[in-house]
Write a protein that binds this ligand. Structure first.
Ligand code: HEC
Length: 184
């Protein structure tokens, strides 16, 4: 296994091998973690990314490939602690809790649906979305894309401006989470 610490590492949710991996977002010792395991043990990536480590200044990733003992690795993931960790908040990471990552990685969804107006690290036609979760909740972003009329906007943004971003009710919450996860 190897580990990586920094902001610019690839997102663990970015699935370059469709249908080969499963994903679970969970709390590991009180910190939000994305955990990816292979559908068939020993065939693919097994990874955990802790996103909010050190107030989002760092992303911690531990990963390995083609390791048969999924349960042992999940136990190792669960044991990881930082100074800001809280060991009373721990998941029961069992295999059945994971969902298949279907076609469409965060990167490809972003390219297909958003990249004509948003860029990854800077303002473009639309704003930079890299730190969107520091001002908006995931729920807000989901509603903004799929059901904008359900949001009450502050006066400062006009109706016209609010119409400039695409609205796409067919995007699932999981897809939008994957896009935002890719951008962060
Ligand atoms: C046709 C161009 C276009 C596309 C495609 C587009 N956006 Fe936007 N988006 C914009 C513009 C322009 C704004 C700024 C709107 C405003 O100022 O009210 C915006 C704003 C947003 C905001 C609100 C930011 C905030 O804090 O107010 C979010 C979130 C967002 N876009 C997400 C997305 C996502 C996710 C996708 C892909 C699924 C996407 N957008 C696709 C143009 C686009």
């Amino acid at each position: 296994m190897n580990f990586n610490l920094g902001l610019y590492s690839r997102s663990v949710c970015d699935n370059d091998e469709p249908n080969k991996h499963k994903l679970k977002r969970d709390t590991v010792n009180g910190l939000i973690a994305y955990i990816v395991i292979p559908v068939v043990a020993g065939q693919g990536r097994i990874e955990m990314s802790i996103e909010s480590f050190k107030n989002r200044e760092q992303r911690f990733i531990i990963s390995g490939r083609d390791i048969i003992y999924t349960d042992t690795i999940l136990d190792i993931f669960k044991s990881i602690m930082f100074s800001e960790s809280d060991e009373t908040q721990n998941p029961l990471l069992t295999y059945d809790k994971f969902n298949l990552i279907p076609d469409g990685s965060g990167r490809s969804l972003f390219r297909n649906y958003c990249a004509s107006c948003h860029q990854r690290h800077m303002d473009f036609i639309g704003p930079n979305l890299q730190n969107i979760l520091s001002t908006r909740s995931m729920d807000w972003v989901f509603k903004y894309i799929t059901d904008r009329k359900s949001i009450v906007f502050k006066k400062k943004s006009s109706k016209k401006e609010q119409l400039r971003c695409i609205e796409n009710p067919s995007l699932s919450k999981e897809y939008i989470e994957r896009i935002i996860e890719y951008l962060n």
